[in-house]
Design a protein around this ligand. Structure first.
Ligand SMILES: [Zn+2]
Length: 265
């Protein structure tokens, strides 16, 4: 009962935010730090601004490693996160509660079995610039978020990457398959993604250059995340060289970034 009422209140609050004024300094941050915003149609820009307001009203940002959270940080991250939600019926990353932000790469403990001796596991640390946790948090490094924001055409964006992981996890395990509309879309998705995943693995083994970041060969979940980055940041090359993959991702995000490039401003 309380869940039902909370859901109603949340939806009502979200709808009220459609009429809230978007602060002018937030708009300047979007234009500067989320360059893809400037390529959207006027109606998509309005939709993005509304989604950013809902996102910022519902998610908590925490500065780590001595970092003080600023408006620039929260609007930049929310802008990229909401780009992935733009045309879809969405519940705004319902499992996400916190965004933890470090000033730079952060260290996480890891255990690895190199197979060098039976039962021996090596402990160490990895330096990461982003990580999505299934327990309701995303961790990012601000300097990597900034680097990605400055170049929206290099095919990589750590914020987009980590939020793609969250969408993937909405379907259960992080396996490269987010929630799709119907059985037919699932069947098409699995066929295309499996073929493209294997293609990328072969290209990596043979040392060939690829549109997709080869980090995508690590796991199907990473493949979906790097494919999402390329879809938004290098759409023309992705469409030319991997048209079936582009089409599948376009069907999911219900957006066509190639067309943004031809829009008159
Ligand atoms: Zn990843």
């Amino acid at each position: 009962m309380f869940g039902f009422i909370n859901g109603l209140l949340r939806r009502s609050h979200r709808e009220r935010l459609r009429f809230a004024k978007f602060p002018s300094h937030w708009l300047e941050i979007l234009k500067t730090n989320v360059p893809l915003y400037t390529q959207l149609s006027a109606s998509d820009q309005d939709q993005l601004k509304w989604r950013v307001q809902v996102f910022l009203a519902e998610k908590r940002f925490e500065g780590c490693g001595g970092l003080t959270i600023t408006d620039e940080m929260i609007v930049t991250i929310a802008g990229h996160a909401c780009l992935l939600l733009l045309r879809r019926d969405t519940d705004f990353y319902p499992e996400l509660y916190s965004i933890l932000l470090y000033p730079s790469a952060f260290l996480v403990p890891v255990k690895r079995d190199f197979g060098d001796a039976p039962g021996i596991v090596h402990e160490g640390v990895d330096a990461l610039c982003g990580e999505a946790w299934p327990t309701g948090a995303i961790v990012l490094s601000w300097d990597e978020v900034c680097k990605a924001s400055l170049d929206d055409r290099d095919g990589t964006n750590v914020t987009v990457h980590e939020f793609a992981h969250l969408l993937d996890m909405e379907g259960g395990a992080a396996d490269g398959t987010p929630i799709l509309r119907n059985h037919k879309q699932y069947m098409g998705w699995v066929k295309v993604f499996e073929a493209e995943f294997q293609y990328l693995r072969r290209a990596r083994r043979r040392g060939r250059s690829t549109v997709l970041d080869k980090y995508g060969t690590e796991h199907p979940a990473e493949f979906f995340a790097v494919a999402t980055e390329a879809f938004f940041e290098n759409p023309t090359a992705l469409k030319q060289q991997h048209s079936a993959l582009y089409s599948a991702i376009k069907g999911y995000y219900q957006q066509d970034p190639v067309m943004w490039l031809f829009r008159k401003k």
